[in-house]
Ligand binder design. Sequence first.
Ligand code: ADP
Length: 530
Amino acid sequence: MTHNRQGMGGRSKLMESLFNRNGRHENVREMYSNMLKFSHFAIAVKDANTDRFVDINDEFVTLFGYSRKEILDENIFLLSPEKNQQAAIQRKMVLLNGDIPKYTRTIKYCKKNNETFWGQTTYSVINADNAQYFMISIIDVTEQKNTEIQLSKSEKTYRQLFDHSLNTIGIYDIDNHCFIDCNKTFTQIYGYGKDEIHQLSALDLAWEEVDSSDPIYQQRYQENIDKLNRNETIRFESLHKSKIGKKIIVDVILIPFYETGKLYIKQVTTDITERIQSREKLQQKMTELEEVNVSLKKYIESNLQLENFAHITSHDLREPISTIISFSKILKKKLNDKLSPKEEKYVEFLITSGTKLKNMIDDILAFSKVNQDNVSFENIDTQELINGVLLDLNQMIDEKKAIINIDRYLPQSIIGHASYIYQLCQNLIKNAIKFSKSGENPVVSIHYNCLATHHQFCIEDNGIGIEKEFFDKIFLIFQKLNPNEKYKGSGIGLAVCKKVVELHEGKIWVESEVGEGTRFYFTIAKELEQ
Ligand code: ADP
């Protein structure tokens, strides 16, 4: 109750002293009441001496949620605690002394329901007789303040992004030819401190000395400025140098932006030194590859010519050789008892050498015949194919007492060029029997494996084996690893196999252990255009 009296007493004292000063009491009273009543601001009047509220308007009541009585009688403390009480007292003193007419601050207040809000608060002083009053007007600026806080938060985030970007970012003042801000990466890559960039012009970063009075440079500069003025972004690769003279290859992007009507540039550069170096290396490799490709093409072309040559010459040779063999045989028969043992040996030699040569020619012919031209694929019965091959090799199998095992799960049929596939299987099975260890029966196994897109076959033997270093070499034409006398052959068989397999979009390879045996694998595509 004491409060009440004091509160009301303060107000009437203020009224009195205000209205007494002027003769027209009623008008001024009305003016004062209207001012409080119709103001959009929350207004309060406080006794500067007692720091108690003496008057408040409806807006004030609404804003804080306390009743008029609560505020005026109980002098509720509405503020969030001032961080710096001393400064607050100081400000009020300055105001009371009349040094400044008013001051405005944005203060955090607390409503009755404990909600807080930001109020833009203007303090001014009313002097009435011997007393001084603070006139306090408050506008709720919470939304604005929150936006400001949000903005400063996002500014902080932006700054962090700016600083931690992997690219260098420099803000350039075109008029003064210097950077005005930059991120950390800029200082790290170029080696200039933040305090130095205000003296740093874009030309200082150029690797090569630039003469800014050079008309060509000036023209290019002007063109760029025009583009930026049209709000166009400029991008180019350039050579920059760091403070200590290190060469940096950079990708530069110039982005124009205006601030208070003035054009600035955001210069973003990416250090692409490593990228360019690897690009150059790649380029070099590409050139090398191109060279290899060209020589490979040449090789293939000349090889094709060679094959052609082989085909033609073999054809031409076949006939005279056959004639030589035939006539030698006739000669041997006719002169049978007239030949001395030495002469007979010569004729025999003529026949064997001629036959050997003829076989070789046949092999070369077979090799050169296998090519892409006019290949037609058909369904081949696998069992029939193997049976045919084994029948052909029957004599050899018998002689060597070879054991042949065939996988139970062979595919019923495959697609391929029948006679080529026949040749492929025959060559591999024949070799498996031929290169057997002396004194041991050859055991040959034919395995099958069904892959997603290919048939995979394997011809395994228990023969002499092949040294690892010859795994690739044996597929080249005329490559033989063993002495002629022991293992007859021309060294063409596997080269034919390779060609046949490649024609069927497959691969051929070998696994072997010397003295243990060999496994030849080959694949052929399941689907081939027939
Ligand atoms: P050829 O059998 O007419 O000599 P190939 O091209 O068929 O020619 O084989 C090349 C060489 O590879 C053979 O001379 C031989 O040294 C080796 N080779 C091929 N198949 C086998 C095998 N199954 N076991 C051991 N060596 C083999």
